[in-house]
Design a protein around this ligand. Sequence first.
Ligand SMILES: Cc1cc2nc3c(=O)[nH]c(=O)nc-3n(C[C@H](O)[C@H](O)[C@H](O)COP(=O)(O)O)c2cc1C
Length: 213
Amino acid sequence: MSDAASIEHPAGLTSGDFTAADEPLRLFVAWFAEAKRAEPVNPEAMTLATVDAEGRPNARMVLLKAFDERGFVFYSNAESAKGRELAATPQAALTFYWKALARQVRLRGHVEAVSDAEADAYFATRSRMAQIGAWASKQSAALESRLAFEKAIARFTAKYAIGTVPRPPHWVGYRVVPSEIEFWQERQFRLHDRIVFARDDANAPWTKMRLYP
Ligand SMILES: Cc1cc2nc3c(=O)[nH]c(=O)nc-3n(C[C@H](O)[C@H](O)[C@H](O)COP(=O)(O)O)c2cc1C
């Protein structure tokens, strides 16, 4: 049986020596573009880690919906477990794993709300069913039965039968403003490459460090 960690995936070796990069955003752009070509399903899926009020970690998958020099954006329900955790502690970590490329990207930093205009614009691009679902789901609350959820969907489908579906006030965007971004590439014999960019705040310059794997 082959050792998965010792296989150098050919798709992972297309972009030259990434450890020479001097700035993380352009490197993320390049890796994300390659992930979109290589990963058949959800290359934008990322693990979001938060902490609750007692300092207990919590993690779940979300989808990256936008990113730029301001940070990395996902959308969710402000009243969900993650929404409550982020309200109490606006700090998060995100991790991507692109299996087909044998690459990992991790970042962490403080979390801020996306503007209402930005959230409205993105909500408007979602399918009507997803928009209705955003109204009908009390994300992370106890649900007595599937039927109760279907009834809520039917109620909101009727309510918004005509015209556009407005964005629910609890359906919000979060932007993780990274203070640290790490790029990890699997290499043969577990001699993986890792570089981490760090900065003191969003306006400070990035410094780069190579880490032992
Ligand atoms: C691939 C994948 C993508 C997901 N994307 C999102 C997302 O973008 N936003 C979201 O609120 N939940 C998303 N979910 C569901 C979350 O993982 C989670 O079940 C939900 O948000 C409730 O989490 P919480 O109770 O910790 O708040 C996704 C799940 C998977 C498996």
